[in-house]
Design a protein around this ligand. Structure first.
Ligand code: AMP
Length: 422
């Protein structure tokens, strides 16, 4: 009997994992450098945690199940809800602002395609309890800084603000949410229907023109004119964000203002942003985030937060598209005993190199020297260490540089140092 992996999941081999770890470690390094601290939450949570945040409709997008005790649970589709549950329950006693990050798998019941899976990796960072402008700028700078640390050249943040739309829409929160949802999906049929139902069909035209606006600071004026003075604070705020980003060394080439960034969920309050890797085509959005007030939903005091999530899978695809990855290197040293009698000493040399912090490996098959060298080359080992009887008598081994093919004798006492020199 053979088995296939579940739809929308992936097996990641050693080359894939090297890339995924590289992306994750670039995020961890950058976040730590920004003063964020790592936390971890469970991979499954009470189903209600997600329905409380996103409404009952979200169940269709979740891996939801009952456990043996009859509890309704779900695999996490993202991290924000878990972090806020953790915050309300325990973290809130920490000095504010609280800056935390985490990363790992998330699960959504989606139609799989390239860059869209049912199990995927996310990198998440949240700032809880800071003032809006500095926290929003800090979060954006971390998201962009992570993409830079991965080595991506094509970075595009699209920055918007929900304040102007909320000021422009003369509806209560539930109706606003439905209109915003239609705008987020760019589903203009749905938008027309909603506005018709709400008795304001004349708002459709300006809204459609508004969400199509994007570009440099100039579009802020255009958008302002379109809304006839409504949402003035939001436009001023976006201007200030641009100034803040300049101090962080983020040039206008790396972002634009985009009035079409809506982000469907009701809890976003102010700044919203999405991050693109333009080289990716259809699934070019590698991340998204914004400012929200969520703790209330989970029974806490209202507290301002800014957070974002980046997708590991799409960051890897993007770095691949930009030619960021070469083949991963093999071990520093592959030990080749010349004849069975040399094996015991070869293992001792192997152990010494490992203790010296080098990545070292040895034949586990019992192959002859030339087959062993083939293996060392095929696995991209940097050096082969040939352990032969004659050389060992003089406390030496043969050291073969597998890049150049050059071979020389090296005293055992200097072996680790010679290998490290490369
Ligand atoms: P979201 O919470 O939907 O804004 O997602 C944040 C980021 O997670 C996206 O920009 C993607 O990079 C990534 N992501 C979301 N859903 C998926 C998925 N189904 N497969 C792969 N990556 C995803």
């Amino acid at each position: 009997m053979t088995f296939e992996r579940p739809r929308g999941t992936n097996d990641w081999g050693p080359e894939d994992m090297a890339k995924r770890r590289f992306v994750e470690s670039a995020f961890v390094r950058t976040a730590e450098g920004f003063g964020f601290r790592e936390i971890q939450t469970p991979i499954f949570e009470p189903l209600e945690l997600f329905t409380a945040k996103s409404g009952p409709g979200v169940v269709d997008e979740l891996y939801a199940f009952k456990d043996k005790g009859g509890r309704d649970l779900a695999l996490r589709p993202e991290f924000t809800a878990s972090i806020l549950r953790f915050y309300v329950g325990e973290l809130r006693s920490l000095p504010k602002p609280i800056k935390v990050y985490c990363y790992g798998p998330a699960f959504r019941y989606e139609e799989p395609q390239k860059g869209r899976y049912r199990e995927f990796g996310q990198l998440d960072a949240e700032i809880i309890g800071g003032a809006a402008l500095p926290s929003d700028a800090e979060a954006l700078a971390l998201a962009i800084g992570t993409m830079r640390a991965i080595g991506l050249k094509q970075i595009r943040a699209r920055i918007g603000h929900l304040g102007m739309l909320r000021a422009f829409l003369p509806f209560g929160p539930a109706d606003q949410a439905r209109v915003l949802h239609a705008l987020d999906k760019k589903n203009f049929e749905m938008l027309d229907d909603e506005l018709q139902r709400l008795g304001k069909p004349e708002l459709a035209e300006p809204l459609k023109r508004l969400v199509a606006l994007h570009g440099d600071a100039g579009v802020l004026q255009e958008a302002k004119d379109l809304l006839g003075g409504k949402g003035a604070e939001a436009f001023a705020y976006l201007g200030q964000i641009g100034d803040e980003l300049a101090h962080y060394g983020i040039p206008p080439a790396e972002y634009e203002f985009d009035m079409g960034v809506v982000r469907g969920l009701d809890y976003y309050t102010g700044l919203v942003f999405e991050l693109d890797s333009p080289n990716l085509g259809a699934e070019k959005q590698v991340g998204g985030g914004g400012a929200y007030v969520l703790a209330e939903v989970f029974g806490g005091e209202p507290v301002a937060q800014t957070g974002f999530a980046l997708g590991v899978d799409r960051l890897v695809l993007s770095a691949e598209a930009e030619g960021r990855f070469g083949p991963t290197p093999g071990v520093d040293a592959y030990i080749v005993p010349i004849g069975d009698a040399m094996r015991a000493r070869a293992v001792e040399i192997l152990t010494t190199l490992r203790a010296a912090g080098l990545r070292a490996d040895i034949d586990l098959v019992g192959r002859g020297p030339s087959k062993n060298l083939d293996y060392a080359n095929a696995t991209r080992a940097r050096y082969a260490v040939l352990v032969g009887e004659r050389e060992l008598k003089g406390e030496k081994v043969g050291l073969r540089d597998l890049k150049t093919g050059e071979q020389r004798e090296v005293p055992l006492g200097l072996l680790a140092e010679e290998i490290r020199k490369a």
